[in-house]
Ligand binder design. Structure first.
Ligand SMILES: *Cc1c(COP(=O)(O)O)cnc(C)c1O
Length: 364
């Protein structure tokens, strides 16, 4: 087993070693680490909902789900949340998954296989990449946000494949920018393809759905994956789409079938959190606009990349900020190509706090 120590030493040498940090308080804009209170600019809890709870949900449902959905782990409240999410995403149907990772893995590998084609943005989330690998379909990684590339490729090669999926994050998780959904939406129709959109960082931030930004409504060739663990403040994920898609996934999707169902109290709490989204979202949008102006960083979401480029520099800057009381982790390869600080703002931060952070970054 010596290979592990050896590879770890290599990571340390390349400044790519990762360690877990222990947080002593619930998720929120203020967290305590090693007894020190820090201002947190690193969570995906964009609306500060993660620490909210309603005892009613726990009293009614307990903590566990006890089985997979198909055995005896499918509860009334799962269906209620699915209906609510379908309504918010403007799709016919919705199916809950236990995590976003499993949703992407499952949906992509179920909808495409040998002889099919998957076009995927270069900056898509790891769970999409792994789903593509699992599918055994032919994959084409296209340059970031380059819909023209997708179109040209399909024009030339579409007829060589059976089914075709175009997969993209809507809000990109490390850059905070937005996919050209309008164009991709048209391309999928032109070339008889399915568009799979990952709304993990869009749901509850840019609206209920990223397609709202383009005044487009999902159709039967649109699949929207989303997570409950980000702006919605709980845990788990969902796939929104047509009625037949839901049926198909229930019958064919292995990461849905062979895993314990989302605990029903989490579905219950998510329904309660959803009610709080509109009011908090207003505050978030205000703060996003404030930070955009202040920093000059280009972003269409709550994610602000501060590109440093060099692994060691990024780590150093993050350490300096930590000493000053700010939690802003450095993100390095292989997660991203260029090392950076990934700053996320939430509806709970004040303009003053954001100003304080920016002053430290510029000074440091
Ligand atoms: C977080 C994330 C996922 C994974 O969701 P989990 O519920 O955390 O497993 C998938 N896609 C994107 C774009 C994400 O940011």
């Amino acid at each position: 087993m010596d290979f592990m120590r050896k590879e770890i030493e290599e990571l340390i040498g390349k400044k790519l070693y990762r360690e877990l940090r222990e947080i002593e308080t619930p998720q929120g804009k203020r967290v305590v680490v090693e007894g020190r209170e820090l201002l947190n600019f690193s969570s995906n809890d964009y609306l500060g909902l993660a620490k909210e709870f309603d005892c009613e949900c726990l009293e009614k449902w307990g903590t566990g789900s006890g089985a997979s959905r198909l055995v005896c782990g499918n509860f009334k409240v799962h269906r209620e949340l699915e209906r609510r999410l379908a309504e918010l995403k403007k799709t016919e149907e919705c199916l809950l998954f236990s995590t976003g990772y499993m949703a992407n893995l499952g949906v992509i590998s179920t909808l495409a296989g040998k002889g099919d084609l998957i076009l995927s943005d270069r900056l898509n989330h790891a769970s999409i990449i792994d789903g593509i690998r699992l599918s055994k379909a032919e994959k084409v990684i296209y340059p970031h946000r380059d819909w023209q590339f997708v179109k040209d490729y399909l024009k030339k090669n579409r007829k060589e494949f059976n089914r075709c999926l175009i997969v993209t994050d809507s809000v990109f998780s490390m850059d905070g920018d937005i996919a050209p959904l309008n164009e991709l939406f048209q391309i999928k129709d032109e070339f008889d393809a399915v568009l799979v959109i990952d709304d993990a960082h869009a749901t509850g931030v840019v609206g209920w759905s990223s397609l709202e930004l383009f005044n487009v409504e999902p159709d039967k060739r649109t699949v929207i994956v989303g997570t409950l663990g980000k702006a919605l403040g709980t845990f788990g994920a969902f796939v929104c789409g047509s009625k037949v898609l839901r049926e198909y996934l229930i019958n064919k999707c292995r990461s849905f079938i062979f895993t314990t169902a989302l605990p029903p109290f989490i579905a219950c709490q998510t329904l309660k959190n959803i009610e709080k989204v509109p009011e908090r979202r207003k505050r978030l949008i205000k703060l996003i606009n404030f930070f955009k102006k202040l920093s000059g960083i280009e972003s269409s979401s709550a994610i602000f990349p501060y590109i440093v480029g060099d692994e060691e520099k990024a780590l150093k800057l993050s350490e300096i900020l930590l000493k000053k009381g700010f939690l802003v982790p450095a993100i390095r390869p292989p997660t991203v190509k260029e090392s950076r600080l990934r700053i996320t703002v939430t509806s709970e931060h004040s303009e003053e706090e954001v100003e304080k952070l920016w002053r430290e970054i510029k000074g440091g």
